[in-house]
Design a protein around this ligand. Structure first.
Ligand SMILES: Nc1ncnc2c1ncn2[C@@H]1O[C@H](COP(=O)(O)OP(=O)(O)OP(=O)(O)O)[C@@H](O)[C@H]1O
Length: 325
């Protein structure tokens, strides 16, 4: 186990930021801390980094009791969203900084920095100043700088938060590849469920200072522990008193014993997909619901869907639904 966080509580005045948090991060994994704004993700990351101390509880890093150690004694590298580069130093010197203060031999520094710049695809920008890089290039420089001192753990707080969608997507793929090459135990904070689902080995969902669920992206998506996790990880709708994913609803032209009658109220085309809004007649629960269903265009055409059409709805094979609470 690379990181073990046990029984962490943290208050800011009367406000409870973290409540009884336990977390184990295995060596070499890429773990996302995912949750809504204000849920406590950054506070937990800062406690692991040593930038904040818990009121109670312990942090162990690679078997070392680290709760009260300062950041520089923890063998962690970190990158935050608004990364403060040394503006007057070249990209090369920014990456070399941690090695220079550790008084490493010049030749060793040069070799390591050039390797890292190659890794982050910035070798041709070694002599530029940070202001002469794009946002995405600056974030890659920040990662190279964090990796320079060979941390056992890499902590990233919304590392791509300030970038546009296209660059975020590129950096996401790049981070996954980098992780596959280097296997540094990495924890990154994000509020973007797609980013967490796409990149990480494991996701920790945090809300209101508590961990709601920990698991692989598939586990969390297919077997959410509660309504909050289900809603946070993807779109949901309500059918016959149950929460369900809109693409897990099957639309039928004829009645079936396990299906609920419904009328199409609206159809919206979004690119390749069709979103059908419906109103049920009142299913087994007797409750009228207004679910929406996600279909492909060809599915919608085959069903000849149009507003006013009567159809039947059922949840398709082995759906993971939860009773609405
Ligand atoms: N130094 C502080 N003093 C007082 N309150 C704080 C402090 N740091 C954090 N908080 C509060 O603790 C709560 C959790 O903050 P935290 O930054 O951990 O959340 P988060 O999940 O990372 O949110 P975001 O995605 O917005 O960064 C917030 O309500 C925040 O206002």
């Amino acid at each position: 186990m690379s990181i073990a966080v046990t029984g962490i509580n943290k208050r800011f005045g009367d406000f409870v930021a973290l409540s009884d948090v336990d977390l184990e991060v295995p060596t070499g994994r890429l773990t996302a801390l995912l949750g809504p704004s204000g849920g406590g993700k950054s506070t937990l990351l800062r406690i692991i980094a040593g930038l904040e101390f818990p009121d109670t509880g312990t942090v162990e890093i690679e078997g070392v009791h680290a709760t009260w150690l300062p950041p520089q004694k923890r063998s962690v590298g970190f990158v935050f969203q608004h990364y403060a580069a040394f503006k007057h130093l070249s990209v090369y010197r920014n990456v070399a900084f941690g090695l220079e203060i550790r008084k490493k031999p010049k030749a060793e520094i040069r070799k390591r920095v050039m390797e890292l710049l190659e890794l982050v695809h910035l070798e041709q920008f070694a002599d530029r100043l940070p202001s002469q890089l794009s946002g995405g290039q600056r974030q890659r420089m920040a990662l190279a700088r964090a990796l320079a001192v060979q941390p056992e753990v890499l902590l990233l707080d919304e590392p791509f938060g300030a970038l546009d969608a296209q660059v975020r997507k590129e950096l996401r793929d790049w981070l996954r590849n980098l992780h596959d090459e280097m296997h540094v135990t990495t924890i990154f904070v994000t509020h973007d469920q797609e980013e967490a689902l796409e990149v990480s080995d494991e996701i920790v969902v945090i809300n209101g200072g508590k961990i709601e669920q920990t698991g692989s992206p598939d586990d969390l998506y297919d077997k959410p522990a509660n309504d909050f996790v289900m809603k946070f990880l993807g779109p949901v709708t309500t059918l016959d008193g149950r929460l369900v994913r809109p693409h897990d609803i099957e639309v039928l032209r004829a009645a079936e014993s396990d299906a609920v009658g419904a009328t199409v109220t609206k159809l919206t085309r979004v690119g390749f997909e069709v979103r059908a809004e419906l109103r049920t007649a009142g299913g087994r629960s007797g409750e009228v619901s207004e679910p929406w269903v996600q279909l492909t265009r060809s599915q919608a055409e085959a069903l000849a869907l149009e507003p006013g059409r009567e159809v039947w709805l059922r949840t398709s094979s082995a759906p993971q639904t939860l009773a609405v609470s």
